[in-house]
Design a protein around this ligand. Structure first.
Ligand code: GLN
Length: 255
C-alpha cells in the first residue's frame, strides 16, 4: 500500500505561538495520520540558516504573537525567511499564518508603539494597531464551510481591493471590525486572525489543506490518496471535532 509523506515546517514555534497556535501543526499531523499520511515536522526559528529545511517543506505554519514577539523574530523573518516563502508560494506550496504571523505576510504592520514592520507582501494590504483590542469568538462564512475561532488583536488589517480574503464575518470582528472581511488568501497561502487552535475547530479546512499539499506534491487529491492508501471515508470519526465546534456556545446558530 503506497505511503504518502508530507513535511510541515513550523516557523518560530517557541516565540510565535500565542493562544494555542502550535495546536494547528499538532492537529494537522493527527488528521494526516487518520488518512494514513506520514508527517515530518521541522521546527525552524531565529538564527542558523534553515534554507535546506524550508526547501523540503510542503506546508508552513506560523502562529501569532504580541508586538514584542513579532519584533523578536522580525529581522530574521524579513531577511532570511522572506525569499524562501515567496519561492514556496510560487511553487504552490501551502502556508497557514495566524494573526501576528498573518500581519507580517501583508505589506506592513504598524505596532501599538508606532513602529512600522515592513511585511513580505504575500497579501496586498496593511495593518495598523488600534484600540480597543478586537477579541472574542468569531464565525466566518467561507467556501463550503463556516470557519470558527477565537480572535485577540489590536491590529486592523485593510486589504487592497484586488486581494482575496478567506471569508465574510458572520459574528466577531475579522480583519478590521468594519468591512466584514476576514483573513487573506494568495495562491495556497492563507492568513487568518483565528486562534483557537484554528485547525482542530475547522477539520473541513484542515482536510482542504491536506488535499492541496497532496495535489502539489503527488498530483492526487485527498479522496484519490485515500483510495490508493485503502482508507475508507466511513472509517473517519469526526465526532470529537464536531463537539468542539458545538461547545463554542456564543456561536450557536451561526453554523
Ligand atoms: N500583535 C498583533 C496585534 O496585536 C498580533 C496579536 C496576535 O497574534 N494575537 O494585532
Amino acid at each position: 500500500m503506497k505511503k504518502f509523506e508530507l513535511t510541515a515546517v513550523d516557523l518560530y514555534p517557541e516565540i510565535m505561538n500565542i493562544y494555542g497556535d502550535r495546536g494547528n501543526i499538532i492537529y494537522f499531523k493527527y488528521r494526516c495520520s487518520v488518512y494514513g499520511i506520514e508527517i515530518k515536522i521541522i521546527d525552524v526559528t531565529v538564527g542558523k540558516n534553515y534554507e535546506k529545511e524550508c526547501e523540503s517543506a510542503d506546508i508552513f505554519f506560523m502562529g501569532g504573537g504580541q508586538d514584542a514577539e513579532q519584533a523578536l523574530i522580525y529581522e530574521d523573518f524579513f531577511s532570511d525567511k522572506k525569499n524562501i516563502l515567496i519561492e514556496s508560494l510560487n511553487k504552490n506550496k501551502i502556508m497557514l499564518a495566524i494573526c501576528g504571523g498573518y500581519q507580517l505576510l501583508c505589506d506592513y504592520y504598524k505596532s501599538a508603539d508606532g513602529k512600522i514592520m515592513k511585511g513580505i507582501s504575500v497579501f496586498k494590504g496593511y495593518t495598523e494597531s488600534g484600540t480597543p483590542r478586537l477579541t472574542g469568538n468569531i464565525a466566518v462564512k467561507s467556501v463550503g464551510t463556516v470557519l470558527i475561532g477565537f480572535e485577540n488583536h489590536g491590529g486592523r488589517t485593510y486589504l487592497d481591493k484586488s486581494q482575496s480574503c478567506i471569508g465574510t464575518v458572520l459574528k466577531g470582528y475579522g480583519n478590521n471590525g468594519k468591512d466584514k472581511t476576514e483573513g487573506a488568501r494568495t495562491g495556497n497561502f492563507f492568513g487568518t486572525y483565528m486562534h483557537g487552535s484554528f485547525l482542530p475547530k475547522n477539520f473541513v479546512f484542515c482536510d482542504y489543506l491536506i488535499g492541496l499539499a497532496l495535489q502539489n506534491k503527488y498530483g492526487v487529491n485527498l479522496p484519490e490518496a485515500m483510495e490508493i492508501s485503502g482508507v475508507k471515508a466511513d472509517e473517519i470519526d469526526d465526532n470529537f471535532e464536531i463537539k468542539a465546534r458545538k461547545d463554542v456556545r456564543d456561536l450557536k446558530g451561526f453554523f
